[in-house]
Write a protein that binds this ligand. Structure first.
Ligand code: NOJ
Length: 655
């Protein structure tokens, strides 16, 4: 009998065989730090049994919620027609290999990159003036975090006018110049499409406020009191909470309605079920493509489709994930449809070429990810999967040391699972996450030698893995977290809202500060250090981390620096297409060390890493030829020195 759709009588292994079910179980495993073997052992048990055993913790309705979620996905294993149509090896003879397969991306957070006019806020001219740095680094495509007109409650992720540049950062003409300069240097450029929500200052929302009964209100999720007969309309329509603390609903007294905001109150969610919203976004994308940009990173794009009846979130999932309601919209009912439509109507140019679509997709696991970005699905090109950024059994706000091995294992396993039908976006930092060297070493990151070694190792992991690397500004300079001293130092709305909520719950300022500090997004947002004597005091978010030798200028002169290493690695990646296009096989995983081989394009390259403080033995690998790059590894092929990298050509496949 076909196990799908799933029922209470289905077995755990049937749930695990389903793409969305597998992701849900893997997410729970990650949260509890449980091994996959447990799923195999419990596999034959009916789901109703597991529900009965877990009822004490999870309460009522948990299984039903999972069944609803899983059964809403039409693609199931064993369907006629493969789950992933049109999969095929990426090879140089394949003329369809898109440019982004071979590219190295670089994320610019413009506000903190370079300030040309001295107003304390990074700007477009600052980026233009530093393009040499990026060209010398060797990156192929810039991604700019939002530069659109915005009141900046969430630093640009609250857009007021999608067709204009924010005054503090320059003008549309500056942006045109930046696009042209990038192209003239053989680089591409993508922007950030923030269309799950707009700022409350967006003209459309202002019109909706002025006339809540008019058509503009349908661009958002207004829930009117009169549509809730018999309900207590002084409370929000459901129990969803915002990612930035408190309820996800804002009361609009005059309109006698509530409006949905998954993020800050000033970021109101667009109603994608309204065809005019979708057509408007498609037109907007086309407008920017006509201006010459090469695609978009799409902000929380997996949240755009919400169930029409806006049901309550399950409290247990809410407690686990920190946000109530997420199961209803992280993989919403019409997500696939809306993405495919936007690809056709917005991202496809008149000549039939398609601008790159990169989804930021928090909460999406590997399998649902394949359904969103698998080759031939006609939706996204790549997604950002965030599961690798936390250690099993931990969440961001916990104080914990991140183990480097987690990143290595996660990426290799991810690649093994997606084979060549999909592509990984390789990243370990961005403007929402703390600096990885600090996550690994804590305050130990202030030791310049350890900082340099970890910077080198991380660069080697990211740039030798299969997938498309996305560097975040400052990563190539081994940037670390900022030693913020007090609440006054913080600017980020997520941190500040959380502080407010903690204080309302009785915490002291000191306690609230201590709680938000480990994961505050401000750590990643301090200004880039271009020179050793740079003064950051006038910046919107001052950076006081000043360890000598880590500015761009100092590192550019130093062949042993992290910056020089990144340049070498990117050049190596370009010279050996196997890094971008080949397969990966793990040969050996020891304590704090790994060996893997990249194969393809007529080449085989061995990568060996030791990220621990002690030398490690490793097995002999036959056919070693030239060492292409090595830092601290020594000559002995069966030994890897502490904190070392060795990248070696293997004779076996070299023509
Ligand atoms: C994800 C962005 O990366 C983050 O910076 C922003 O706050 C939220 N989406 C809301 O737009």
């Amino acid at each position: 009998m076909r196990p799908f759709p799933l029922t209470r009588r289905s077995r755990l292994r049937d749930l695990y065989a389903h793409p969305v079910g597998r992701d849900v179980i893997d997410k729970l495993r990650l949260y509890f730090g449980a091994p996959e073997a447990l799923v195999r052992v419990l596999g034959p048990l009916p789901l109703s049994w597991i529900e009965a055993a877990g009822r004490r913790f999870a309460g009522e309705g948990f299984l039903q919620m999972i069944l609803d979620l899983v059964n809403s996905e039409p693609a199931v294993p064993g369907d006629p027609g493969p789950l992933m149509p049109a999969a095929g090896a990426i090879s140089p003879t394949d003329e369809d290999v898109p440019w982004w397969v071979d590219a190295v991306f670089y994320q610019v957070y413009p506000r903190s990159f370079a300030d040309a006019d001295g107003n304390g806020i990074g700007d477009l001219r600052g980026i233009i003036e530093h393009l040499d740095h990026l060209e010398e680094l060797g990156v192929d495509c810039l991604w700019l975090s939002p530069v659109f007109d915005s009141p900046n409650r969430d630093m640009g992720y609250d857009v007021r006018d999608y067709r204009d540049v924010m005054e503090e950062m320059g003008t549309l003409e500056d942006l045109d110049e930046l696009i042209a300069d990038c192209h003239a240097r053989g680089m591409r450029i993508i922007l950030d499409l923030v269309v799950n929500h707009t700022s409350t200052e967006h003209e459309r929302f202002q019109r909706a406020l002025a006339d809540p009964e008019g058509p503009d209100a349908d661009f958002y999720h207004f829930v009117r009191d009169r549509d809730r007969p018999g309900e207590d309309t002084s409370t929000p329509p459901n129990n969803w909470t915002s990612f930035f603390s408190g309820s996800a609903w804002m009361r609009l007294e005059e309109a006698e309605a509530w409006v949905l905001h998954l993020f800050d109150e000033s970021q109101v969610d667009l109603n994608w079920d309204n065809p005019e919203v979708r057509a408007g976004v498609a037109r907007l994308v086309g407008w920017w493509l006509d201006r010459g940009i090469d695609g978009f990173r799409m902000d929380v794009i997996n949240y755009i489709s919400k169930p029409e009846d806006l049901p309550h979130g399950h409290p247990y999932i809410g407690a686990l994930m920190d946000f109530i309601g997420i199961e209803h919209f992280y993989y919403g009912p019409r997500l696939h449809e809306y993405l495919a439509e936007l690809r056709r109507n917005g991202f496809t140019r008149e000549d039939g070429t398609v601008a790159v679509m990169i989804g930021e997709t928090p909460g999406i696991g590997i399998e649902a990810g394949r359904l969103l970005s698998g080759r031939g699905r006609g939706e996204l090109d790549m997604i950002f999967n965030f599961d690798g950024l936390v250690a099993p059994g931990k969440v961001d706000w916990h104080r914990h040391r991140y183990p480097v091995g987690r990143l290595v294992d996660f990426w290799l396993e991810y690649h093994r699972r997606i084979d060549d039908s999909d592509r990984i976006a390789l990243f370990f930092e961005n403007h929402d996450n703390t600096r990885m060297i600090s996550k690994i070493a804590g305050t130990g990151a202030r030791d310049p030698e350890l900082r340099r070694k970890l910077g080198i190792l991380l660069g080697a992991v990211q740039l030798t893995m299969p997938g498309t690397p996305f560097l975040y500004q400052g990563q190539e300079l081994a940037a670390i977290n900022e030693p913020f001293a007090s609440l006054e130092d913080l600017r980020d709305v997520e941190s500040l809202n959380k502080v407010r909520a903690l204080i309302e719950d009785g915490a002291s300022e000191q306690e609230a500060f201590a709680e938000v500090l480990p994961a505050s997004r401000d750590h990643a947002r301090t200004p880039i250090r271009w020179t050793e004597d740079q003064e950051d005091d006038g910046w919107w978010l001052p950076g006081h981390e000043r360890t000598p030798g880590f500015s761009a200028a100092a590192q550019a002169e130093d062949p042993e620096s992290v910056l020089s290493w990144y340049r070498r690695l990117i050049a190596l990646r370009r010279a050996h297409p196997v890094f971008a296009r080949g397969d990966a096989e793990r040969l050996y995983r020891g304590r704090d060390c790994v060996q893997y081989v990249r194969r393809g394009e007529g080449e085989a390259i061995l990568v060996e890493l030791n990220w621990g403080p002690r030398a490690r033995w490793c097995p002999a690998v036959p056919g070693r030829a030239d060492v292409l790059a090595s830092v601290g590894a020594g000559e002995d092929p069966q030994r890897l020195e502490a904190y070392s990298v060795r990248i070696t050509e293997l004779a076996e496949l070299t023509p």
